[in-house]
Design a protein around this ligand. Structure first.
Ligand SMILES: Nc1ncnc2c1ncn2[C@@H]1O[C@H](COP(=O)(O)OP(=O)(O)OP(=O)(O)O)[C@@H](O)[C@H]1O
Length: 251
């Protein structure tokens, strides 16, 4: 199996409090994996660990291994900047930079040393096309990204991530601030993007997980309860806790 992430016996602590307990999980390349579970079960914490965003939180300690392409990302020699360009992230609330649409997309490539205008134009156009936003913004690339709608801003954030040519896109509840139509557009986009990218998405919306993911991981109180094909998890789960959650008995 071609796993892009292999998580082995991972524990995570915020100070004294253990937020993740002995997590073992292999995430396959070019699939959509959904993390589901009740509030506070550790979904976002695990997602953030995959590109070392938790490094920014004081008191956060991780033990065990998280291997990305067979290398432990918590190894001292692992280049975090490189990791974050390969494992991009899209957040719950769209967070465009207060600059033009063009500059939002060109920002990452410029930081990585690409200064050639033609090359940047190509990257911006390709990224916006991949994020299904090009047609809506091609005539106003110089306008502020802040003037876009919420759904357009979220697709811009996805395009900004794509401009770095990542392998993996982490999405932390990317549609929870959006209306149903904007949500549908992001869901269609995720299905399109999985041809080329590995996508890991935290969602509170079980229908969304069922619609767009290949595999689903159900977490409860910091533990991974069940991880299997999405269809199986939602129709014939192995664990009672999973069944109780998906049938709405708690959550
Ligand atoms: N920066 C932090 N410092 C201390 N504790 C934290 C921090 N972030 C999260 N936690 C705790 O870790 C546990 C897991 O939180 P996390 O946000 O990962 O859960 P979640 O499943 O994503 O929840 P939600 O669905 O509400 O976003 C919770 O008990 C939370 O209070």
């Amino acid at each position: 199996m071609n796993a892009i992430f292999d998580i082995k016996h991972m524990d995570l602590y915020y100070g004294e409090k253990q937020a993740l307990k002995d997590i073992n999980l292999s995430i396959k390349e070019k699939e959509v994996t959904a993390f589901i579970g009740p509030s506070g079960c550790g979904k976002s914490t695990l997602l953030r660990s995959l590109n070392r965003m938790n490094d920014l939180i004081t008191g956060c300690k991780i033990t065990g291994d998280i291997e990305y392409k067979e290398r432990n990302i918590y190894d001292k020699k692992f280049d975090v900047i490189d990791l974050r360009s390969k494992v991009g992230m899209v957040f719950q609330k769209p967070n465009p930079f207060p600059m033009s649409i063009f500059d939002n997309i060109a920002y990452g490539p410029r930081c990585h040393g690409i200064k050639n205008k033609e090359q940047l134009k190509v990257i911006v156009e390709e990224s916006l096309k991949q994020a299904a936003l090009w047609e809506e913004v091609k005539d106003r690339l110089k306008d502020s990204a802040m003037a876009l709608s919420g759904g357009q801003q979220q697709r811009l954030c996805i395009a900004r991530t794509l401009a770095m040519k990542p392998d993996v896109i982490l999405m932390d509840e990317p549609t929870s601030a959006l209306d149903p139509i904007a949500t549908l557009k992001i869901e269609e986009l995720v299905i399109e993007l999985k041809k080329d990218y590995t996508i890991i998405i935290v969602t509170h919306n079980m229908q969304q997980a069922a619609r767009i993911s290949d595999k689903t991981a159900f977490f409860y109180l910091g533990e991974l309860v069940e991880y299997t094909d999405t269809t199986k998890l939602f129709t014939n789960p192995d664990k009672k806790q999973t069944e109780d959650y998906i049938t709405g008995k708690f959550g």
